[in-house]
Design a protein around this ligand. Structure first.
Ligand SMILES: Cc1ncc(COP(=O)(O)O)c(C=O)c1O
Length: 319
């Protein structure tokens, strides 16, 4: 990760190297934080944050689920993000808003600890690699089960919960695969360690339902809509592990990974062992939406106002 110039912390822009917290920050010890992964793309209308309002909404929902009142309005975080992108001079970047219990109290009762909010941004390529996006990746079904709603909150994007994904990701890498697929306690397919999953069989696309132990992915929602607009049948239901192996095509999607095809799962080649026709067509349509090439999905883009770049350039001259 290459450092950027500025990070936004609790209402102020600070230099990247000064964006520090105390070692007794509550979230560092107990995982009491929630976050988002957002991307900004360079489009013909200017750099644009993809589904910005949806990401901020989910951030607030995650925060609510962990009893963290956010000390900023949604619109303030939106404006701060747009300004952060412009002031760092980014045309495209990954954006990481984080809300966490800060420094002040220790122990498991978190409600007296302050709630800190930060937004960082940096330039970040395809999470599972450009090669993976083109030719597909190899995945392994993890021995770790996806967190269940009995013990945590699969629908919250909470920092502590990601230990589950970390274990699965490390296991898959050590075994020589690029990604892990997690099942739930009943053996149903949930998702990748940081992506939702889709299976294509006989032209029908199936994905675990929103009520499964998955993160309610924003890429997932977007891709479901795009596929339905393309006239593709999409079914949301439980998926058996064997359906992964027998599928014609499988792909995963997430803000970081975008749409990445799977070419092999647990050493079973998927289809012909390369990205299938439907996957490539949907990937192309999705990339068009992300990069503002599709009129139909223009409303998903929150364009960074040109004035913010101009203001950033002027203040640099003054400084
Ligand atoms: C566990 C998990 N599932 C799914 C996703 C995909 O969600 P989104 O498309 O909103 O990025 C992510 C990434 O945020 C994730 O971490």
């Amino acid at each position: 990760m290459d450092p950027a110039d500025l990070i936004w912390m609790n209402g102020e822009f600070v230099a990247w190297e000064d964006a520090k917290v105390h070692v007794l920050t509550h979230g560092l010890h107990y995982g009491t934080g929630v976050f988002e992964g957002v991307r900004c793309y360079d489009t013909a209308a200017g750099p644009a944050v993809f589904r910005h309002a949806d990401h901020i909404d989910r951030l607030f929902k995650s925060s609510e689920l962990y009893y963290m009142p956010v000390p900023f309005e949604k619109e303030a975080l939106r404006q701060a993000t747009l300004e952060l992108v412009a002031r760092n001079g980014f045309r495209s970047c990954y954006i990481r808003p984080l809300i966490t219990r800060g420094y002040g109290t220790m122990g498991l009762f978190p409600l007296d600890a302050p709630v800190d909010v930060a937004i960082a941004a940096w330039e970040w390529g395809a999470y599972l690699g450009d090669e993976g996006k083109t030719n597909g990746i190899r995945a392994k079904v993890s021995s770790w089960r996806r967190i269940s709603p009995d013990s945590l909150i699969p629908h919250a994007k909470a920092t502590g919960q990601y230990l589950n994904s970390v274990l699965a990701k490390v296991e898959s890498h050590k075994a020589g695969y690029e990604e892990a697929i997690l099942l739930d306690d009943n053996g149903h397919v949930c998702e990748g360690s940081g992506e939702n999953i889709f299976v294509v069989d006989d032209g029908v696309v199936t994905t675990p339902p929103q009520t499964a132990s998955i993160l309610d992915g924003i890429s997932r929602k977007s891709i479901i809509q795009i596929m339905r607009d393309m006239g593709i049948e999409v079914v949301e239901r439980d998926l058996a592990r064997a359906e992964l192996y027998l599928a014609d095509e499988v792909f995963v999607c997430g803000t970081a990974a975008e749409l990445t095809p799977l070419r092999e799962i647990d050493d079973h080649p998927i289809g012909a062992g390369r990205p299938g026709e439907l996957t490539v067509a949907v990937q192309t349509a999705y990339e068009d939406a992300l990069h503002g090439r599709s009129e139909r999905y223009r409303e998903w883009l929150d364009v960074v106002p040109a004035e913010l770049y101009e203001a950033a350039a002027t203040s640099e001259v003054v400084a």
